[in-house]
Design a protein around this ligand. Structure first.
Ligand code: ZN
Ligand code: ZN
Ligand code: ZN
Length: 369
């Protein structure tokens, strides 16, 4: 079936080329001459002949037009299919700060994107973040070198919270959402050759050694925080690990939701703005990935805590290690990454600030079962 765009193109082609048919004059003159002699057999012969010529001529023009229109027709059909699907998918590359205030609630000059470079929500939380919070923040990677007799076990833990985004107009009735608990099951990459078998209790024992050698308990709270992360990860894996290994798991069974938006500046709203309250719905499923590796490199030398632990801000590509790393990490995240709108539990609707939610490892006692 012809698309309506094609019909329009072909109709215009026919109209134009019927007029421009090069045999019109010749045809007219011949018919006039035959009329004078009353040669009706001749007239019907020339009508038949010219009719065929005209048809051939127009068919040729239509074929050329079809070829020229083809790619445009396909493009139009594709676009229409996309809109017929109802869910329009858009890909946006943005930093966390940009994403948090990417959309205006109402169109401004027919545009809903906040294209200013000033990505501040005015929500900056001046309270310092805790290390417990930061280890659960997004874009954070932890690396610990655990001394194990003649080698190091290198443990890497990375937060990879799953996000689902949808732009909604809050002025329209919204659909009800089905809430499911997150499956805490672990995903494991297939076992590799040349693996080292190790009991997970032994890994913990090696880690405890690190705790014991902290004589003045200067690092006590830091090591406890990291131990909790390690414990939670190890509790979710088999008793015997084959290193190298990779795991991924949901940190919590709860999902959280929030709405991101930017108010339009200075009341200069477009006409019809009252029909819009655009907000970016964001649902998070807190998730982490962790891995164990072994390394024999420099395994005979002792390693200090400061150097055994690394915290990496993957957004900024900054690595924190060494004597002042805790101070530096707290300052970096409190200064640069602590402007986050609050979250609601998707089930019980309770409100949490991001610092408090991450401090609790994305969990809470949910009233709704
Ligand atoms: Zn973990
Ligand atoms: Zn950073
Ligand atoms: Zn809840």
């Amino acid at each position: 079936m012809l698309h309506k765009f094609e019909v329009e193109v072909y109709l215009n082609v026919l109209k134009k080329f019927i007029k421009n048919w090069p045999e019109w004059d010749q045809f007219e003159q011949a018919v006039l001459k035959l009329k004078e002699t009353n040669d009706s057999a001749g007239i019907s012969k020339i009508l038949k002949e010219k009719y065929i010529n005209l048809k051939e001529y127009l068919r040729g023009m239509l074929n050329v037009a079809r070829q020229l229109a083809n790619s445009k027709v396909n493009q139009i059909k594709m676009e229409e299919n996309r809109y017929d699907n109802h869910s329009v998918v858009m890909e946006v590359e943005a930093t966390r700060q940009q994403l948090n205030c990417l959309f205006y609630r109402q169109p401004l000059d027919k545009n809903v994107f906040n294209l200013t470079t000033d990505f501040k929500l005015g929500l900056h939380n001046s309270k310092m973040l805790t290390l417990e919070s930061i280890v659960n923040w997004w874009g954070v990677e932890i690396e610990i070198r655990i001394k194990a007799d003649n080698k190091f076990i290198i443990y890497k833990h990375r937060n990879l919270h799953r996000l689902k985004h949808m732009l909604v107009n809050k002025k329209l009735a919204s659909e009800t959402r089905k809430v499911t608990d997150l499956n805490e099951q672990i995903l494991v990459k297939p076992e590799r050759k040349n693996s080292t078998q190790i009991l997970r209790e032994h890994i913990l024992k090696y880690f405890e050694k690190l705790l014991k050698s902290d004589k003045n308990s200067k690092w006590r709270s830091v090591l406890d925080t990291l131990k909790n992360i390690l414990l939670n990860d190890l509790n979710s894996v088999p008793k015997t690990l084959s290193i190298p290994c990779d795991f991924r798991r949901y940190i919590s069974k709860n999902k959280y939701i929030r709405y991101l938006y930017q108010d339009v500046p200075n009341e200069k709203k477009d006409e019809g703005a009252e029909n819009f309250d655009l907000q970016l719905e964001e649902i998070v499923s807190p998730m982490c990935e962790f891995q164990m590796r072994t390394s024999g490199k420099n395994a005979n030398t002792d390693i200090s805590f400061e150097d055994a632990i690394k915290i990496i801000c993957t957004d900024c590509r900054l690595t924190f290690t060494g004597a002042n790393f805790v101070c530096d990490v707290l300052k970096h995240f409190s200064d640069d990454h602590n402007e986050e709108p609050d979250w609601n539990c998707l089930k019980c609707n309770r409100v949490f600030t991001m610092p408090s939610l991450t401090h609790m490892g994305w969990t809470h006692t949910c009233d709704v079962s």
